[in-house]
Design a protein around this ligand. Sequence first.
Ligand code: PLP
Length: 458
Amino acid sequence: MEKQAFERPIIQKLNAGLPSKYGLARKLEPISHIDGVAISSIIKQYGSPVFIFSENTIRRTYKDAYRAFSSRYPKVQFAWSYKTNYLNAICQIFHQEGAWAEVVSGFEYDKAIANGIPSELIIFNGPDKSLEDLRKAIINGSLIHIDHFDELYDIIKLSKEMSEKPRVAIRVNMDVGIYPKWDRFGFNYENGEAWDALNRIMASKKLELVGLHTHIGTYIMSTEAYKIAASKLAKLAVDLEKKYGLAIQYIDIGGGFASKNTLRGSYYPGTDTAPSFDDFAEAITSALLSSDIKPQNLPLLILETGRALIDEAGYLAGTVLANKRLSDGRRATIIDAGVNVLFTAFWYEHDIRPVEPISEQSEDTTIYGPLCMNIDVVRYNVMFPLLKKGDHYVIRRVGAYNNTQWLQFINMRPNIVLIDKSGNLHLIRKKETLDTINSMEVIPEHLKENYYHNMATK
Ligand SMILES: *Cc1c(COP(=O)(O)O)cnc(C)c1O
């Protein structure tokens, strides 16, 4: 017998389906229906790709969040973060559930007004408020959350010219143990800037200081960070009470709760790592209740939760365009939705599933969108079954930020439908057409002459 040739051992990188404590990723089960409606029939009716929202899931998630806080604290109010998803139908569901509006631009402010929300129930955040925006918000009695000193001075100046007394809060940034710190918005707590701003507001006598606000970041997985944030705002409230005898009307803890999406490169799936609303509520309410704020002065607790209230309710369904092999032999599947409509693919490992029953075999696959751009990767590595051209896929948990950050690029942005509580479908945003785009363009007179037309007639 011939001696076997020695072969050098090699270490091969396992790119997909990394084992966690539960072992290797299991087979991806198809998702064929959403709230009892067949995804393939939605695609047939509304085209591919298509965004789908579940009204049931939105309302259930909202009620779950509200219960978590209101069962632990006497006065709780949610304000819907418009920039997370400002489709009017989605906003209306949150408003029907009792949420106020939280906006960060004049455009969002006008959108909230047009949605019929009373102007005193609009929280106006963000660093970009024009004088015109501020004047409007003051006349309307909206809640203005001041971001910086220039804005504070603008408001003080306006308050001297106007009969209405601006209702203001300050946004406070602080060290909550999460780095890098979010210190570009609002006034800093640790260096005394926040206290300085509060003193200037009180000294002006022209502003009504109604609240204290913070928004510590987004996709935060630490409940401890919220506990620290709530304690620091409570400390400011106590100091205001001591120095001015002012009982602040509300403390607004902002948004930022992690949704159940999985961040790129995480070891555990987001479904295992995201704290529940109960966990967040426990941390925040216990910090407020155990602070030195007098029981009779307990402020309203406002939450501006965005992502965690809407991510779960959104789906993106579509069609496989092709399969190919990359030069290293890996499989590539090309689908008809790219990162221009699924912005969150840049930081999430989105849960993408087949819609129809599939083979048992899975393979390490890269999923590409249809754009002619190298960055158009929907999932870098996923153990994915072979879907053929024309098969359907569905991507879960896409409800947050995609329909506000998406770009019209190469193709039209698709239809968005809502499945109501009885399983009826409603178109809530129409697919763009060539006319949509052309209606915004203007051709200068001298470019209207058609060169090819003239050539033909010569
Ligand atoms: C974006 C934003 C929110 C919502 O944040 P999520 O991470 O989506 O919960 C709330 N408040 C402010 C001020 C924001 O800028």
